[in-house]
Design a protein around this ligand. Sequence first.
Ligand SMILES: *Cc1c(COP(=O)(O)O)cnc(C)c1O
Length: 395
Amino acid sequence: MSLQNPVFIPGPTNIPDAIRKACDMPTLDHRSAAFARLFRPAVDGVRRILKMAEGEVILLPSTGTGGWEAAISNTLSPGDTVLAARFGMFSQRWIDLCQRHGLTVQVIEAPWGEGAPLAAIEAALRADGGRTIRAVLATHNETATGVKSDIAGLRRALDAADHPALLFVDGVSSIASMPFEMSGWGVDIAIAGSQKGFMLPAGLAILGVSPKALAAMDTAMLPRAFFDFRDMLRSTAAGGYPYTPAAGLIAGLARSVEMLEDEGLAQVYARHARIAGGVRQAVAAWGMRPCAVTPDLYSDTVTAVVVPEGCNGTDLVKLAADTYGMAFGVGLGEVAGKVFRIGHLGMLTEPMMLSGLATAEMCMADLGWPVRLGSGVAAAQAFYRKGPQAAKAAA
Ligand SMILES: *Cc1c(COP(=O)(O)O)cnc(C)c1O
């Protein structure tokens, strides 16, 4: 029966029935007009979700990690320098991927729990007199620590330094759940995955690519074949695909966009903020704190909860799975054991979230942690009571 429980991991997220049904379709000839009819709404929908005024949408049969690889291999050459801040497991993995591709990564270290350090990034850009930095990489929402970074601020830093570097943003755990402005923020490549805010099974890397990034394809020398944007764009312009597409996922993506837009993007973002607000009330009532060090960094899609001295977050995650059939996220890398993570993105409502908080509390009690049963749930209930308007006033 544990499959009846929602998951509270920060991806893959719960899949709404409507999306599961949309993915479940008979075999389709991808060289037919029927595929083009399926494909168009998905691409156009992503363009609206990313708030793209120009550029191209690329849908690859892959995951977010493949999106990272596609972004760099289509725009950069071996030996090129990229600038990236490291403040969590996902920013670290993207850095590692760049290094394995033979790029020179200029890494700015920031403590885990903090976001992209804008002043240090601006200083590094200003110091780059020879303009060797080709791209700045940013993890919009660091899923390991529950920290969001200020991408508009990053664009201002690039502009203030008058630096021509491309801006690549990993929005895998933010896009479709938190405000994102591809064109407004001057993002050159935005990367999302199907299994987080889009509420689909894993299997698609979803990218928005600016005209400036498209132009960089002409000089980029990193090897690429399966992920080559040029093949994809040539095929999709003719209504096709360079190889066999994941047609079911693409159909599901169109349905996902429809669901997000039926609710209204502003309402989707507000719902995520509200649910996250209740989670943070619960965390405070437990006498704990988020890993994100200041409120401006709090993520609306995932909270990494710092556990009390002498407690191990991984024990809670294991107990929740074994005893209650409920999934939370473990701490990764530097914060392994020191935190457990509550994912609160995608198809989620306040009552669903209360079930997750109640289960986390039972686990804490079972483990003998110093937490009173019901304390966090009550704090979240007080926050969620009377619906969206009340939560807005309390926030
Ligand atoms: C989940 C996630 C990824 C990795 O995506 P996969 O789909 O697992 O390859 C990358 N970045 C962030 C911020 C994520 O949350």
